[in-house]
Design a protein around this ligand. Structure first.
Ligand SMILES: NC(=O)C1=CN([C@@H]2O[C@H](COP(=O)(O)OP(=O)(O)OC[C@H]3O[C@@H](n4cnc5c(N)ncnc54)[C@H](O)[C@@H]3O)[C@@H](O)[C@H]2O)C=CC1
Ligand SMILES: N[C@@H](CC=O)C(=O)O
Ligand code: NA
Length: 436
């Protein structure tokens, strides 16, 4: 057997402690599969004294996590701290720059700096692995990069944020309030340190940008992701969607179009969608994630599993360590960085779909006519409509919800532009597309 792989852990929170427990419980099994054991040599976190329910005595402690990269007795640094920049990025740079391999669960850092880090890894014959960064425990990075490597991937979409999925499915099942369910998701360890990253769609966008690069062989383009979150969704929207035969899910969706001059146009969107109850993604509840990838030979692949939490995320981190212990030299994004194609963001206006539109309006004559006139003038055709009034209270706004016939997205945008600033609207309209 080869010498054991010697690792250092930076970050001892939900995921870091999960990795220590997993290696302790499954160490022998992992050693037999990897062909050598995996030993934790050193650790670093913010607070050495904190009771984590884990004995840290066997490991060397570093107050400054970047010191982990300089240790002669460490082959691989595992970054489980978080944050796109700051100490996590400094550690990643110094680790790869020192020719050591890096395993990370940090999607924010990979989405923003993945190409720079992948290039650094290539230049120093080191490995960069980040399976845990996308859809937690689901082996989607390996699934796309290895299992589906023979295909041209045409479309990728799915549920990429466990916190949002937990919130939406709990609201759906219990009728409870958004804020109450969010604090529960935080207590369960699903949410990011700043949960606005989850509920405003940014975390899912980090993951989508990574998947798009991996799947399409294009350069990471996080700035090109159109992002909308779930914080404006009300219990009434969930009820209306239910009455129409849909559930609401935060979906990340990416595809690649050939542009006129032969280049590629990348479409990347994270937004709440109405998903038909018969669709496989509609049954995905709680912190579960699910990713659909469509390949030109394999057809439709569905990957489903726990997208967050200590055990599943640790499972993905350790899978990357096994990969490195076995000597895999695959590039971080399936292709060498220089081979990744540049792309430009697509204008989604010509895309056709049906949309759910929700308006909070003043309960007075002429308001509905104003909305329907704007829709008519923009060429949006209404398929169904409902107004939820409260007869004893004419002061507060009422909810008007409608579903449009299929049409170009630009038409809905135009209608909303026509209504912008209208005194009849108590808040900005909510638009959610129907997943086709
Ligand atoms: N919790 C989850 O379900 C998942 C988390 N991730 C990612 O894994 C990473 C870690 O997440 P969690 O374990 O949930 O976070 P956490 O907040 O539970 O733990 C973070 C750890 O990093 C340490 N830390 C933070 N800032 C530091 C600093 N400036 N210097 C030294 N130590 C510092 C903290 O002391 C703590 O030990 C993040 O990148 C997160 O996005 C990825 C997939 C799932
Ligand atoms: N906050 C993230 C954690 C995993 O990536 C989520 O809720 O999905
Ligand atoms: Na994963």
């Amino acid at each position: 057997m080869a010498a054991n792989l010697r690792i250092a852990l930076a970050g001892l929170g939900t995921v870091g402690t999960g990795v220590i427990r997993l290696l302790a419980d499954n160490g022998a099994l992992i050693a037999s599969r990897a062909g050598r054991g995996i030993d934790i040599v050193a650790v670093s976190a913010r607070d050495r004294q904190r009771d984590r329910g884990i004995d840290l005595a066997p490991y060397a402690w570093e107050d400054d996590m970047t010191a982990l990269a300089a240790r002669d007795d460490v082959d691989v640094v595992v970054e489980l701290v978080g944050g796109s920049d700051g100490p996590a990025l400094a550690l990643a740079r110094s680790t790869l720059g020192a020719g050591k391999s890096l395993v990370t669960a940090n999607k924010a850092m990979i989405a923003h700096h993945g190409l720079e880090l992948a290039r650094l890894a290539e230049d120093h014959a080191a490995r960069l692995r980040y399976e845990a960064a996308v859809a937690g425990g689901i082996p989607i990075v390996k699934g796309l990069g290895e299992g589906a490597a023979a295909n041209r991937i045409e479309r990728i979409y799915g549920i990429l944020n466990g916190t949002c999925n937990y919130i939406l499915s709990e609201m759906e099942d219990t009728g409870r309030d958004f804020a109450e369910v969010l604090s529960e998701a935080q207590a369960l360890g699903y949410a990011e340190a700043d949960p606005t990253f989850d509920v405003e769609g940014v975390d899912a966008a980090h993951k989508l940008a990574i998947l798009a690069s991996l799947g399409f062989g294009t350069r990471l383009d996080f700035d090109g992701v159109e992002i909308d979150g779930i914080s404006r969704i009300r219990a009434a929207d969930i009820a209306q969607a239910g009455a129409l035969g849909y559930v609401i899910r935060l979906i990340g969706l990416a595809d690649c179009e050939l542009a006129g001059g032969g280049g590629r146009h990348l479409f990347q969107r994270v937004a709440p969608y109405l998903v038909p109850v018969s669709h496989p993604l509609a049954g995905v509840d709680g912190p579960t994630n699910a990713v659909v990838a469509e390949g030109n030979f394999v057809g439709r692949l569905l990957f489903e599993g726990a997208g967050a939490g200590d055990g599943p995320t640790a499972s993905a981190v350790v899978a990357d360590l096994v990969d490195i212990a076995r000597g895999s030299a695959a590039p971080a994004f399936s292709l060498p960085v220089e081979a990744l194609e540049a792309s430009a963001p697509v204008d989604p206006g010509h895309r056709r779909n049906r949309a759910y539109l929700r308006f909070m309006v003043a309960d007075r004559p002429g308001v509905l006519a104003e909305i329907t006139a704007a829709l008519r003038d923009a060429g949006v055709s209404i398929e169904s409509m409902i107004q939820l009034g409260h007869p004893d209270d004419e002061e507060n706004p009422v909810l008007v919800a409608m579903v449009t016939h299929e049409g170009p997205e630009s038409a809905v945008t135009k209608a909303l532009d026509l209504l912008a600033g209208s005194a009849s609207l108590a808040e900005e309209p909510l638009v959610m597309r129907l997943l086709g």
